[in-house]
Design a protein around this ligand. Structure first.
Ligand SMILES: [Zn+2]
Length: 307
């Protein structure tokens, strides 16, 4: 028997199909009755916001659900939206590192998504450069604590190195979709896909050549070179993108994501091979953009690939 959990999420959002606010339970009932057409047909309930919201798991058959349907925003709320703060609080609670996995068997390889402690200024930058390259030596865990535990955890940076080294082994992706998958199957190269053909409700590592732009408000926008499509998109295809909030970079414990590094990439228009560990990308509420949601800096890797 599968024990399903309730995810904490926005309690009520606006249903485009029903024309009123619903909670996830009501959305599920309406979907089963055919009154809601898609798990993507939801919006932030705040009048001045209205960003796109997905009801995760809604379209997944009940017997295959590990988690009951729940709402998640697939764009950043408008700055004035009260739900921005509410959702941030909920995410912080969920991100408690003990809650990333549950009922893990010994020997499973988990993804390490905790931020490192702030870096000491005197430590050399070289170690960070090495992490970005794909030497096998970087794969040993860097703390005694990890060695002692039965499960290995690997950072995204290490998984990317293994992938580029053509290695393959099984890893376990975190909640809410806690899924075992072979490394090679977890990587998806951005290459003209239609969003409606991508597997929904799963973590994957999307990657491709990308450009780093700095916006006037100080946030960074990462734009992939290749495009993606969606049946509802206004144009035929667009380059998918995602944002990195300014304060994440200002407080970054990573040298590779420091403000000076990021500004250098943006100013010089240098491209990078960008890897984002994320849920499926989605269409913006304006139907003009395809966006990924970056959950935090541990979910991102950017390296220089000589080709
Ligand atoms: Zn909002």
């Amino acid at each position: 028997m599968i024990i399903r959990r309730n995810m904490m999420s926005l309690p009520q959002v606006y249903s485009l199909d029903l024309g009123r606010k619903v909670n996830a339970k009501e959305a599920d009932i309406a979907y089963q009755k055919g009154l809601i057409r898609s798990q993507k047909n939801f919006r932030c309930p705040h009048q001045l916001c209205g960003i796109a919201i997905t009801c995760a798991n809604l379209e997944r058959p009940k017997q295959e659900r590990k988690v009951d349907p729940y709402f998640k925003s697939v764009e950043y709320h408008k700055p004035s939206c009260p739900f921005a703060e509410e959702e941030r609080r909920i995410k912080l609670h969920e991100a408690d590192k003990n809650s990333l996995y549950e009922n893990v068997a010994s020997g499973e390889i988990l993804v390490n998504l905790t931020e490192p402690a702030p870096k000491k200024q005197d430590s050399s930058d070289i170690s960070e450069v090495e992490k970005g390259s794909f030497s096998r030596a970087t794969q040993s865990s860097d703390s005694e604590k990890e060695k002692a535990s039965i499960n290995h955890t690997k950072t995204l940076s290490v998984l990317v190195s293994s992938f580029l080294n053509n290695e393959n082994f099984q890893i376990t992706l975190p909640k809410p979709y806690q899924e075992k998958i072979f490394l090679k199957d977890a990587f998806i190269k951005i290459d003209g896909q239609n969003l409606s053909n991508l597997e929904q409700n799963c973590w994957r590592i999307y990657y491709g050549k990308a450009w780093i732009n700095k916006l006037s408000n100080g946030d960074y926008r990462i734009v992939f070179d290749n495009k993606m499509k969606d049946p509802d998109l206004r144009k035929n295809a667009v380059c998918p993108s995602f944002f990195i909030p300014k304060d994440w970079i200002d407080n970054s414990p990573y040298e590779k994501f420091s403000k000076s590094q990021m500004d250098k990439l943006a100013d010089n228009k240098w491209h990078r091979e960008v890897f984002i560990f994320s849920d499926v990308p989605s269409l913006s509420h304006t139907k003009e953009y395809i966006n990924f949601m970056l959950e935090g800096l541990p979910f991102l890797e950017m390296i220089y690939l000589k080709k």
